[in-house]
Write a protein that binds this ligand. Structure first.
Ligand code: HEC
Ligand code: HEC
Ligand code: HEC
Ligand code: HEC
Length: 452
């Protein structure tokens, strides 16, 4: 897990947003407003911090929750520092370039960097500087705060009283994507990225590991008693399906925006790269298949890698998704894409992704399938690498996730070598403008040779 924290620090990562299908208690201001009378208000992380609640220093074993969640969050989890990012040098500069005044008072920034409900939904005075705290993800606590400490009180009862059901992978992914992809309500666009904001990228399993998890992963989500030994593969596959679906819905929403096409939807390095003499240009050597030379292509990274997983689990749905995405690639890789056609095609493709998400959530996973996916995806080196830097990043995260799952359940005999080879995939992603598909493909082939 520690490894992942290291490998995830490869620099500015990307930005998007989604139309979150909410679980009923988190995130959307409108849903929240209509729910709060019934289920409660936000109380702030201090309510959870006592050592006998979630503030234990070490994990406990007598209960089905660890009870050191607060300690993990405050010490290791960047979410507890999210507000500080706004008051730091970079945060201040971004806000100043965008003429927002101070970032820590700008609603546009606070929306993702703190828990910032309207005053009427705060049950006591609490502090924005606590960052992305417990209730940002778990929902307003005042409804269940008291009762959930009683003996015999179940998780389901808390959910009925307004706690967000994060054991459900779909809802969990949607919650993360609310900030790690964005939506109409809160987003990171190219204007913000040009001002200095990191671009947003996401993969549920890798990001949960880096967070790090403050819950017993093996006991979620299907059968809390028996556990799910391949929980990370399930999170990766279902999470990627939901990620793709939400990004397509967000693209459809963006077609109604003032700025079109929105540059953060496109492959960054199509515009951001150094020029070379013609004989050294891999772009000219490759040509511009399917588009006019010089038009920037759409960033299809959420499909490029996921496609491999989809075909393994449901060929028919995967075919349908492929054809929708192929149309979208064609439509979007032009200077002035037709808004209506893009919206219709993206919405249809999102439905195919949704069907796959449902199947992936409840599919049977075993180590053989995880190993097969590891082989298959690393074997698709050329196709994935030529999809651009963000496809490469998605592949690196997915391969890491599959490797960890295979290796945990039964060590690979060359574990150290595979680990090192995957780390060198991440090393290739340090500088977006210098991304070289041939080099990345060669590294992928090295991984593939080791896992055959
Ligand atoms: C849609 C949600 C969203 C909005 C809106 C948003 N951010 Fe962020 N911000 C993020 C996420 C997610 C990250 C972490 C990205 C990663 O590492 O993958 C981040 C990272 C950052 C960082 C880098 C932090 C670090 O530790 O290096 C800064 C600085 C920052 N944001 C400032 C701002 C400012 C200033 C605004 C308002 C203009 C803003 N953000 C608005 C989601 C958002
Ligand atoms: C960035 C989102 C996020 C934040 C912030 C967060 N959590 Fe969580 N938490 C999760 C997710 C995701 C899970 C796993 C799903 C699950 O098992 O409920 C989880 C699981 C838990 C569980 C186990 C629940 C169960 O029985 O399944 C507890 C207890 C918990 N969190 C407490 C806290 C506390 C206390 C804080 C604040 C100090 C906090 N969380 C902050 C996302 C978050
Ligand atoms: C309310 C918005 C919000 C939600 C919901 C949210 N995050 Fe974040 N996340 C952020 C922000 C903002 C940062 C950047 C914090 C910083 O660097 O100061 C961040 C940072 C992270 C990082 C550190 C990234 C890095 O580059 O080191 C990880 C990992 C992460 N989030 C995972 C998750 C996961 C997994 C979920 C869902 C369970 C989730 N987040 C939900 C806003 C959010
Ligand atoms: C269609 C072309 C295009 C695409 C695609 C594009 N950008 Fe830009 N970007 C620009 C232009 C033009 C500027 C302004 C450059 C200037 O003022 O010199 C810019 C500015 C920037 C800057 C600030 C300039 C700097 O040198 O620091 C960053 C950072 C940036 N873009 C990142 C990205 C990222 C990340 C992506 C992909 C998510 C992306 N861009 C996609 C055209 C593009």
């Amino acid at each position: 897990m520690h490894r992942r924290a290291e490998t995830r620090s490869w620099g500015p990562v990307g930005a998007f947003a989604l139309a979150c299908l909410l679980c009923g208690s988190c995130v959307s201001a409108q849903t929240r407003a209509s729910q709060t009378e019934a289920v409660g208000k936000y109380t702030g992380p201090g309510s959870c911090a006592s050592t006998s609640c979630h503030g234990s220093v070490l994990p406990r074993t007598e209960n089905d929750v660890l009870q050191n969640e607060y300690s993990t969050w405050i010490v290791q989890d960047k979410h507890s520092k999210a507000y500080d990012a706004l008051t730091g040098t970079l945060g201040r500069r971004i806000a100043s370039i965008l003429h927002l005044g101070q970032a820590e008072t700008a609603a546009r920034c606070l929306a993702c960097h703190s828990l910032d409900p309207p005053p009427a939904e705060r049950s006591r005075s609490f502090d924005l500087s606590e960052g992305v705290s417990c209730e940002t993800c778990h929902g307003p606590a005042s409804g269940w705060l008291g009762p959930h400490t009683e003996r015999g009180f179940t998780y389901e009862k808390s959910v009925a009283l307004g706690m967000c059901d994060l054991r459900d992978i779909t809802k969990r992914t949607e919650t993360c994507l609310g900030c790690h992809l964005g939506s109409e309500e809160k987003y990171v666009d190219h204007e913000m990225i040009a001002a200095g904001h990191p671009m947003l990228q996401f993969e549920l399993d890798s990001f949960s590991a880096v967070m790090p998890r403050h819950w017993k992963a093996t006991a979620t989500p299907l059968d809390p008693e028996r556990g799910d030994p391949l929980y990370d593969v399930r999170e990766m596959t279902a999470g990627e399906a939901v990620h793709l679906r939400q990004s397509l819905l967000w693209l459809a929403t963006r077609t109604r925006g003032k700025v079109w096409p929105e540059y953060s939807e496109l492959e960054c390095e199509a515009c951001h790269h150094s020029l070379t003499p013609p004989e050294q240009s891999w772009r000219q050597a490759r040509g511009y298949p399917g588009r006019r030379p010089g038009d920037p292509p759409w960033n299809a990274s959420r499909h490029t890698v996921f496609r491999e997983v989809a075909h393994e689990l449901d060929g028919a749905d995967a075919e349908q998704l492929d054809s929708g995405i192929a149309q979208l690639v064609e439509l979007m890789s032009r200077l002035d894409p037709d808004r209506d056609q893009v919206a219709t095609t993206a919405t249809r493709a999102a439905q195919a992704a949704d069907a796959l998400a449902a199947k992936m959530r409840s599919a049977n996973y075993d180590r053989a399938l995880a190993l097969h996916l590891l082989q298959k995806i690393s074997g698709d080196a050329d196709e994935i690498s030529s999809g651009g830097e963000q496809s490469a990043a998605q592949a690196a995260m997915v391969l890491q996730s599959l490797f960890v799952a295979c290796d945990r359940n039964e060590n690979l005999n060359n574990s150290a070598e595979v680990r090192a080879a995957i780390t060198s995939l991440f090393d290739q992603l340090q500088n977006l403008s210098a991304y070289d598909p041939a080099r990345f493909a060669a590294e992928m082939r090295r991984v593939n040779a080791l896992v055959r």
